[in-house]
Design a protein around this ligand. Structure first.
Ligand code: ADP
Length: 500
């Protein structure tokens, strides 16, 4: 049985998004739980301590104004704004064994059940000493139970508070000195509300929030994954058709930018695939045509030589040899191109004189072809040293010259021109033939490309020559091109940097 494809075992997009959202929701709920429930009381106390020490600091700042109305009205304002009560003792006037009533004190009292107005001397002394020890604000929380169960003897609590709240009281004591040596004890009292009831309510709310979050994560993940997946599914269906060989498929990536880009890339790939397939088909047709003709010739001549004693001569043997050469050059071209394209054939750079190479190549052509009426002219200006793969450059040059010879006009003349430009050398192969229409100028460099009707037997290769040239020149980072006009011949050229 075939094993499941790997992607089948992976969770779908919707699940993945759902788990991410669920994780996010869990994090939120956890944070809410920690802050609203577990640490609510701690936070509340921190806030209250800040409030009460802040108020003490303000009073401390203004303690010099103790004898005028300014401080008293400030105390009233603080007391009502922050819901606390304030008592300030002028300790400089406290004598031994004095009752607290006799001590000079300033009050702001807005809090029912306030504790600091009912402290005994011992209690005041306790807070005074604690503040001195703390060398700053000293805070203490006293529970309602503690207050209620206290035995109110005059030695400790001076009198029973009229209302004792069930909650806790926070008391602050701090000692301030004025510039004229007076010492003041500031007592502040603030009620702490119990947070239990709030926590209970919040906990119930959190249950609801948790349930809502799970539902929201489900719905959102469904919506998001649908939005993400629809274009992908559409493109996937198209890709399946493409894989099955339907190159007419058009990809639609509507949805978001990434899907649009993916569709565009796939459309391009489909067009390229379809073009490559068409060219491949044409190549096979061309190559089989090019293979069949020499093979027929070879077969025919060999049979004639075997059967007819008269035909068994050197000319017929030469025909067979020529056709075999043609065949092997075709096969070599196909091999060359596939090696160049697969990157197996790395260029082998050497320094050589392009002028000399061209001149001797042209000389060879001239020797072979002058009899057939070809006029091959070389226009060169001496040496031109370059660093390149000599064999490959020679191949490019031969391809250009072969094409020029093939496509040149009835005058049968071609020109090879080598010009030394400032830092580079330019090589041009010029013919006076049919020329190439502007719309084909780019296509002729494509592999297997042959112009309609250009397929004649004299042609070398099978539409591979220029594409081999292009591969080689691109490997050399060389500039190359063609200038041509219908009926006015063509100029194929390339440029290589000159060695200093
Ligand atoms: P082949 O010459 O084997 O057909 P090439 O790759 O060398 O293949 O050339 C591709 C096509 O470019 C040719 O089929 C021809 O149509 C066109 N071509 C190349 N050189 C010339 C030229 N000098 N003049 C006109 N057409 C040319």
């Amino acid at each position: 049985m075939p094993s499941k494809p790997a992607h089948r075992t992976q969770p779908p997009l919707s699940w993945r998004i759902f788990f991410y959202l669920l994780g996010f929701a869990a994090l939120l709920v956890l944070l809410l739980w920690l802050f609203q429930i577990v640490y609510l009381d701690t936070f509340y106390r921190k806030v209250k301590i800040n409030e009460i020490t802040g108020a003490a600091a303000i009073i401390g700042h203004n303690i010099e104004n103790i004898n005028n109305e300014e401080l008293l009205s400030l105390m009233d304002r603080l007391a009502s704004e922050r819901e606390l009560c304030i008592r300030i003792y002028n300790l400089s006037v406290v004598g031994n064994n004095e009752r607290l009533d006799d001590v000079f004190a300033y009050d702001a009292d807005v809090l029912p059940g306030c504790v600091i107005h009912h402290l005994s001397l011992a209690e005041v002394a306790y807070f005074y000493n604690s503040a001195l020890d703390a060398e700053g604000p000293y805070t203490q929380v006293i529970s309602g139970d503690y207050l209620r169960n206290r035995t109110y003897n005059p030695g400790f609590f001076f009198s029973r508070p009229t209302v004792i709240s069930s909650g806790e009281s926070m008391i602050l004591s701090q000692v301030f000195n004025t510039s004229n040596g007076d010492e003041f004890l500031v007592l502040l009292n603030l009620k702490l509300e119990p947070v239990d009831a709030t926590v209970h309510t919040l906990r119930i709310q959190l249950y609801f929030i948790t349930a809502l979050m799970i539902v929201a994560a489900l719905v959102l993940s469904f919506l998001i994954s649908r939005g993400l997946a629809i274009p992908i599914t559409r493109i996937n269906n198209g890709a399946k058709r493409l894989a099955a060989g339907d190159f007419s498929v058009s990809f639609d990536g509507k949805g978001y930018r990434e899907s649009g880009e993916l569709a565009q890339t796939l459309n391009f790939a489909a067009a390229e695939l379809s073009r490559a397939e068409r060219l491949q088909r044409e190549l096979i047709a061309n190559i089989s045509h090019d293979l069949r003709t020499p093979l027929t010739m070879i077969g025919g001549y060999a049979e004639a030589m075997r059967d007819l004693p008269d035909e068994n001569n050197a000319e017929n043997a030469q025909v067979i040899i020529d056709e075999v050469k043609r065949l092997s050059s075709l096969v070599n071209a196909v091999l060359d191109l596939s090696k160049l394209q697969s990157g197996v054939a790395q260029p082998h750079f050497t320094e050589f004189d392009l002028g000399e190479l061209t001149e001797s190549l042209v000389e060879n052509y001239r020797r072979l072809l002058t009899q057939e009426g070809y006029k091959i002219i070389y226009e060169g200006s001496g040496e031109a040293w370059v660093k390149a793969d000599q064999k490959r450059i020679e191949q490019v040059l031969s391809n250009f010259i072969n094409n020029a010879l093939t496509y040149t006009g009835p005058e049968k003349d071609i020109k090879i021109r080598l010009s030394n430009l400032r830092e580079k050398v330019r090589l041009e192969v010029i013919d006076s033939g049919v020329g190439i229409a502007a719309e084909h100028l780019n296509e002729i460099w494509q592999r297997y490309y042959r112009l309609e009707g250009a397929h004649k037997r004299a042609a070398h290769g099978a539409g591979l020559g220029l594409s081999i040239a292009r591969q080689v020149l691109e490997q050399h980072n060389a500039a190359y091109g063609v200038e041509s006009e219908i009926g006015h011949g063509s100029i194929f050229w390339f440029e290589l940097p000159l060695l200093p």
